[in-house]
Write a protein that binds this ligand. Structure first.
Ligand code: ATP
Ligand code: LTN
Length: 326
């Protein structure tokens, strides 16, 4: 049987190079080998305050990005999380399987809670259980994500295994697919932090929809390390990050990248990086503009129906085994 992949992104901000290189790029590459489900996780977005009208808009924008980067709706299912009620329903059941102590250990929760202090929603705490429900509903084999999601995937496996043990074999325990290169693209303004939409400094993060001037400006301002040699070196995280992005943008091998920059300076690296990124983004931005609203609705409607069918079957079994339904 064809194996399945499931992944998702939150419609909370603008998609950046980190999201693309760590996750979306691999979704596109894997979609022809696997039966694929790509979700816009708007329930997750609600874990921090959102403007309702803007959330609707961002949800559709993210769907356009999925299509523009190359997710093919003929082979992959694209849908909105809140369109499939089973996600919320399974979350309740799995809330009764997950342990407080497990969730308290989640580093993403700890980081986000530290930033919000006063108004940490229960939803933010419960975020990983909702994510486990997303994945487990579809009997997923593989979950392509960035490195920051590793711990959530381990929790998902633990929840699946515990449910199966306590109630009977139901869920597949999924594996994470985390790329060797690109799983953790760092901020251009602080290479100790990951590139993130929620970063206070907008210059750290190159957005897929940034225009050419903005891309150039952001790379120009990128911090660098001491030393002048341009080569891959993990002990010089700023240059390493820029080279990693260049390698992924151009498809040149690391050796070819080093040869290209041998004897050259940082200004050249930043200029070339900006140029290849602008070239890379141009067709994506063009496609975003071309996607028409009706076609988008059609794709999301079809996605919802396909996703529901599978989600319903899993939830039926869960309700049956837990005594929620005869
Ligand atoms: P952000 O921190 O940018 O707000 P997020 O993790 O909250 O991102 P999502 O849109 O839900 O945002 O993430 C989509 C995917 O992008 C996930 O698989 C995540 O692991 C990946 N990702 C996020 N940031 C990076 C990064 N800097 N490098 C590589 N992958 C990343
Ligand atoms: N937590 C993920 C987004 C997400 C996800 C999922 C990823 C929600 N549900 C299911 C893969 C599979 C993040 O990247 N922030």
């Amino acid at each position: 049987m064809t194996k399945r992949i499931f992944s998702g992104a939150q419609p909370t901000g603008n998609v950046h190079l980190g999201n693309y290189l760590g996750a979306l790029k691999n979704w596109v590459a894997l979609q022809h080998e696997y039966e694929s489900f790509f979700c816009i996780v708007n329930l997750h977005a609600l874990t921090i305050a959102q403007d309702p009208a803007l959330l609707i808009e961002k949800t559709r924008d993210l769907a356009r990005i999925y299509l523009a980067v190359g997710i093919d709706p003929q082979v992959s299912t694209i849908f909105i999380q809140s369109d499939v009620h089973e996600h919320a329903e399974l979350t309740w059941v799995l809330n009764c399987v997950a342990r407080m102590s497990e969730l308290e250990r989640m580093t993403q929760y700890k980081d986000k809670a530290r930033k919000q202090q006063e108004n940490i929603s229960v939803g933010l705490f419960d975020y990983p259980v909702l994510m486990a429900s997303d994945i487990l509903l579809y009997q997923t084999d593989l979950v392509p994500v960035g490195d920051d999601q590793r711990q959530h995937l381990e929790l998902t496996r633990d929840i699946a295994i515990r449910f199966n043990r306590d109630y009977g074999e139901t869920f597949k325990a999924p594996d994470a697919f985390i790329p060797k290169v690109g799983a953790r693209i760092m901020s251009l303004s602080d290479p100790a932090k990951k590139m993130s939409k929620s970063d206070d400094d907008p210059n750290g993060c190159v957005l897929l929809m940034d225009d050419a001037d903005t891309v150039q400006k952001k790379f120009k301002r990128a911090v660098t390390d001491s030393g002048t040699e341009i080569r891959f070196d993990v002990s010089r995280p700023a240059i390493n990050n820029l080279l990693e992005i260049y390698h992924l943008m151009t498809g040149k091998t690391p050796q070819a990248v080093e040869n290209h920059f041998a004897g050259k300076g940082y200004a050249q690296l930043k200029g070339d990086l900006a140029e290849s990124t602008v070239e890379f983004l141009r067709p994506i931005q063009q496609r975003v503009r071309e996607i028409n609203d009706e076609r988008l609705d059609e794709i999301l409607d079809q996605g919802r129906e396909k996703a529901r069918q599978i989600a319903r079957a899993t939830l039926e079994r869960v309700f049956h085994l837990t005594g929620l339904k005869r």
